[in-house]
Write a protein that binds this ligand. Structure first.
Ligand SMILES: CC(C)(COP(=O)(O)OP(=O)(O)OC[C@H]1O[C@@H](n2cnc3c(N)ncnc32)[C@H](O)[C@@H]1OP(=O)(O)O)[C@@H](O)C(=O)NCCC(=O)NCCS
Length: 197
């Protein structure tokens, strides 16, 4: 058992770049097994260098939308990350029937395989729900590759409700990859936060 008392949860900063890429190299070689090898490799690079993170820090500076990226530190090593934020525009039409506004999204959640099943994933998931609710989100979207069945079961265990599968187009290294992606919702964040606090 690891002692969670020795873990610290801090904001991810631009200078964590290399450590985050290394972290993704460990976690994603396990979680991206269902992906084409070139996409899996490109996804690791995307783990920090890509526009997603550039936008995260740019947006954060401008304070345009609320978002947060956190790392779990254990003795100087990153053993978990989470990134979430408000989403001003809904990416998929089928979700509109659940509400056109008031969405937050859990963008990424990864725990190092060596430290899974110690409650860290739940801790970061709940932190995301609390922050998103405090920023005014009514519900939280969670997306996950459809073939990532272990992670889907984790989200279902934490009460996320399945909405639909859609093809996501992922652009990497000048190529477009279409990946079936499952969409989940926590439909009532304020109730969820009340029940899990
Ligand atoms: C999914 C993941 C975040 C879970 O993190 P974790 O720290 O191992 O999970 P926790 O220890 O906090 O588990 C919390 C609860 O979920 C349950 N759980 C964990 N993984 C589960 C799974 N695959 N299926 C069903 N339940 C699961 C635990 O048993 C625990 O239940 P309990 O508290 O009711 O007893 C972690 O396995 C991971 O990083 N996987 C890869 C993530 C990934 O693919 N991300 C891409 C999509 S964003």
């Amino acid at each position: 058992m690891i002692d969670l008392g020795f873990c610290q949860i801090d904001e991810i900063k631009p200078e964590d770049c290399e450590a985050i890429v290394n972290f993704h190299r460990v976690t994603r070689t396990v979680t991206d097994l269902s992906l084409a090898p070139d996409l899996a490799e490109a996804n690791i690079a995307d783990g920090f260098y890509d526009r997603i993170w550039a936008e995260h820090f740019k947006t954060k500076d401008k304070q345009e939308t609320k978002g947060r990226a956190l790392k779990v530190n254990l003795e100087g090593c990153i053993i978990g990350i989470v990134r979430y934020g408000l989403i001003p525009n809904l990416p998929y039409e089928p979700l509109v029937k659940h509400g056109a506004h008031g969405w937050g999204e859990l963008h990424q959640l990864y725990i190092d395989p060596a430290y899974q099943n110690h409650g860290l994933g739940r801790t970061l998931f709940i932190q995301a729900t609390q922050d998103l609710a405090s920023w005014g989100a009514a519900r939280m979207l969670v997306r996950c590759f459809r073939d990532n069945s272990l992670t889907r079961r984790f989200y279902e265990h934490l009460s996320a409700q399945f909405l639909c599968d859609e093809l996501s187009v992922v652009k990497r290294n000048g190529k477009n990859f279409e990946i079936p992606t499952s969409h989940y919702v926590l439909p009532n964040l304020s109730d969820y936060v009340r029940q899990t606090s």
